[in-house]
Unconditional design. Structure first.
Length: 280
């Protein structure tokens, strides 16, 4: 029988050391959260039929979306959490907010049909983002493919789908007066999002040019920025039209590169094998 007077060993409470997070990983996430706030504020303006301010908020969200990833890579603050947060922000800022904006702009007059195209566009945007995230893990892809996206990118998809509002702000109210054409236009942009059409990614950083053209290009950029802020709606319309016009050009150069590198246009993953039994 154990001695009752024997002392039991005292239990020691051990506290786990709290993990610290570098401020470098917090800064990019704060920028992403700021973009979410901008998108949600744009949604509020859409509810109030203040579509000009709603568009500005989406543009601000697009600007912040372009900054967070670059700043994260610049200061070494990339993280899996930041990547997931960025995808969540993009689905809202570039999918839900523009779609609802157009619903309150004109699509609500179509009733259920208007809501169907809103759902279609948002789902297309989410599918496009998921495919983009998966493509980041493809380490076997040639480096030159980084210059291209499959389908329209999320920020440009949002800017393109809001084109009818830009046109309305300069007096062209065709889409406002005929919501069915707006419905068809949104479907067209949704199809571009989920398509496999190659589009320029804007990452052509290795292009070299003569020094003599550097200063004229800078001056041209300054003039373009001044025109952008002075005639913003015209500038946005021209930007959308130029981007749509560049899609065939980007496809041409993409397939030209495929041919130059002897890469088959149809990948093995795109081939569906049908057994003889399935044909019956």
């Amino acid at each position: 029988m154990p001695n009752e007077t024997e002392k039991k060993p005292e239990k020691r409470v051990v506290f786990k050391k709290l993990k610290t997070i570098s401020i470098r990983k917090i800064i990019p996430n704060l920028i992403t959260i700021a973009s979410i706030c901008a998108g949600l504020t744009g949604l509020r303006y859409a509810f109030e039929a203040r579509f000009d301010m709603a568009i500005f908020m989406v543009l601000l969200a697009a600007l912040l979306d372009g900054l967070d990833g670059r700043i994260a890579r610049l200061i070494g603050g990339t993280s899996q959490f930041g990547a997931e947060l960025d995808s969540f922000a993009d689905s809202g800022n570039f999918g839900m907010v523009p779609a609802l904006m157009l619903y309150f702009y004109a699509l609500k007059d179509l009733g259920t049909l208007g809501w169907i195209i809103v759902l279609t566009f948002v789902i297309a945007m989410i599918l496009r983002l998921v495919r983009f995230n998966i493509s980041l893990d493809d380490e076997d892809a040639p480096k030159w493919t980084k210059n291209y996206f499959y389908g329209v990118s999320a920020p440009f998809g949002a800017l393109l789908v809001m084109l009818p509002i830009y046109l309305g702000n300069i007096g062209f109210t065709f889409f406002l007066d005929h919501p069915s054409f707006l419905w068809a236009y949104m479907l067209f942009i949704a199809l571009l999002l989920v398509s496999r059409i190659p589009t320029f990614s804007g990452k052509l950083t290795k292009i070299r040019m003569p020094r003599m053209v550097i200063l004229p290009l800078i001056l041209l950029a300054v003039v373009g920025s001044a025109l952008m802020f002075t005639y913003i709606w015209v500038a946005l319309i021209v930007s959308c039209l130029v981007y749509l016009g560049l899609i065939p050009v980007s496809s041409y150069f993409y397939y030209k590169n495929l041919k130059a590198h002897n890469i088959p246009i149809i990948d093995d993953d795109d081939i569906i094998i049908i057994d003889d039994d399935d044909e019956d």
